[in-house]
Write a protein of this length. Structure first.
Length: 214
């Protein structure tokens, strides 16, 4: 049986967030933001790339900030669903931790997510709301969701975690060892399945040595 952890859904896209028109706009926004960054992107460019009029674009989003927020929330919601797929009742804590670590590494090193991260970091000084949007849409709910699972494991006697939120942040940081950090900096690094597996298994093992029960 799969235990369904509650991951946040995007509430910034509007009531009909699955509409083909909005999907079309968000796809265009993804391409333009990736190519030009936040400051360099314009609503006119996004409208052209999406194949819609500026009027249609503004009918769905009242400005670039709202469009970027919707873009971030859409991507992070998809990512969170992927990250927590390995959380299943029939798996041990070690198996679950290894599975979550694998998906975190995969998600964070996906080209589109690397591009989004670089945009936010490069623009954060002048547009701090971008960093806050990314944090509120991705890391914050991810930490909360994972902390809930750690608390449940502790209540069942499977782990011993006194501060689940802190432990969740530690786990996510461990998952970024070697590959994620270097990929974000566009430095050469081996990313073979074996390299990724080593990080996932060692992260889970280290985590359980501290928070596991004998």
């Amino acid at each position: 049986m799969t235990r369904s952890l509650s991951t946040p859904s995007s509430d910034a896209i509007g009531p009909d967030d699955t509409s083909s028109k909005q999907a079309q706009i968000l796809a265009g926004a993804d391409a333009i933001f990736t190519e030009h960054g936040y400051e360099g992107a314009s609503m006119s460019q996004i409208a052209r790339r999406a194949g819609v009029s500026k009027g249609t674009l503004y009918n769905h989003f009242d400005g670039k900030a709202a469009l970027f927020a919707a873009h971030v929330k859409q991507k992070t919601c998809q990512n969170l669903r992927m990250v927590f797929q390995p959380v299943q009742d029939n798996l041990s804590p070690r198996e679950t931790l290894e599975g979550v670590a694998r998906t975190i590494i995969s998600v964070l090193t996906a080209p589109s997510n690397l591009a989004l991260y670089r945009i936010v970091v490069s623009e954060a000084e002048h547009f701090p709301h971008l960093a806050q949007t990314l944090w509120d849409s991705g890391p914050e709910p991810g930490i909360s969701t994972f902390a809930t699972w750690l608390e449940e494991c502790t209540q069942r006697g499977e782990m011993n975690v006194s501060d689940p939120r802190f432990a969740a942040e530690q786990f996510f940081a461990l998952c970024q060892t070697r590959i994620v950090i270097r990929r974000r900096l566009q430095l050469p690094v081996s990313t073979t399945p074996a390299d990724r597996e080593k990080i996932a298994t060692s992260t889970a093992g280290m985590f359980l040595k501290f928070y596991g029960v004998s």
